[in-house]
Ligand binder design. Structure first.
Ligand SMILES: C[S@@+](CC[C@H](N)C(=O)[O-])C[C@H]1O[C@@H](n2cnc3c(N)ncnc32)[C@H](O)[C@@H]1O
Length: 287
């Protein structure tokens, strides 16, 4: 599906929606680990977007709503968080999680981030945590954020940085492609996990969308888990392109690929468990 992103954006988005519908439960089941992994980045993202008490905040590609609940806590009962996502299944989990946590200031709406169903200047701030890189046309997504945030409002997005700084993604991808007999892929391919990691690209897109005061902060965010096997379980239960590639192999061939990945990922095993290096980009701007 990744090869179709530039030429057939609608087919690409349909595939993304289907995958996240299927992986919604898996992503939600890993909330505790994701929460620890992204805690510092999430706090920084909300600070940089200017999410404050009583704000009206848009959360794009909200997934199962982990960061949505943090926003709900920050804005308080007089504020409002609108969580949107292209996948209805994962957004239902976000709504359930908000209800269970007792937040009445969260609303959810299924929406493509490149086509937001809101009036201009509807929000004080907007965030997008690990979502924008999946958009076939991220500029369109940013133009939409620019339209729906009020003048002076803040926006902050979080995406993966360069391939060299996110080596586990490269290991997974190269192993999967090799076992599937496919050629290597450009890591910066639109719609891929690392598509917005090229230095300077996010800033350029924000400026092209009309934002001012654009700045990107680089943040190390190692993913700490008990073992490489736990990381693979996380990958297997979330909607990754790796699943797409290996899904075409028979069970034994897919298992051989997973085993080789585990072997290669073992290089990140430490005396305290497993620590996969990751680097993230927080891009903040003002409308
Ligand atoms: C890695 S998850 C991140 C979820 C959540 N923000 C988090 O950090 O836990 C990526 C999310 O992006 C959503 N997504 C992908 N493409 C999208 C699009 N074009 N519009 C809206 N959401 C999209 C997926 O459905 C998925 O829920």
């Amino acid at each position: 599906m990744l090869t179709t992103s530039a030429t057939e954006p609608q087919a690409f988005k349909d595939a993304v929606r289907t995958q996240w519908n299927q992986s919604a439960k898996g992503w939600n089941d890993h909330t505790a680990q994701i929460r620890v992994w992204l805690r510092q980045a999430t706090e920084a993202m909300l600070d940089m977007a200017g999410v404050a008490r009583n704000s009206r905040v848009l959360d794009v590609a909200a997934g199962a709503g982990d960061q949505t609940l943090d926003i709900a806590q920050r804005v308080g009962p007089q504020g409002l968080v609108t969580a949107t996502d292209i996948s209805p299944a994962i957004l239902t989990l976000a709504q359930d999680n908000a209800r269970r946590a007792g937040y009445n200031n969260v609303q959810t709406l299924v929406a493509d981030g490149e086509l937001l169903p809101f009036e201009p200047a509807s929000f004080d701030a907007a965030v997008c945590r690990l979502g924008l890189m999946f958009f076939p046309n991220p500029l369109k997504g940013l133009q939409e954020l620019h339209r729906v945030v009020r003048p002076g409002g803040g926006v902050c997005t979080l995406v993966f940085s360069r391939p060299e700084k996110n080596p586990c993604i490269g290991i997974l991808m190269s192993t999967a492609l090799k076992h599937a007999g496919l050629p290597p892929r450009d890591p910066y391919q639109p719609g891929g996990l690392l598509s917005l990691g090229k230095p300077g690209l996010a800033d350029e897109l924000f400026r092209s969308a009309g934002f001012r005061d654009v700045a990107t902060t680089v943040l190390g965010a190692p993913f700490r888990l008990p073992s490489a096997r736990h990381y693979l379980e996380f990958i297997q239960s979330s909607a990754s392109p790796i699943q797409q590639i290996l899904g075409k192999l028979d069970a034994a061939a897919a298992q051989a690929a997973w085993s080789e990945m585990e072997e290669r990922l073992d290089q990140f095993t430490t005396t305290d468990g497993w620590e996969g290096p990751n680097e993230l980009l927080l891009t903040a701007a003002r409308r």
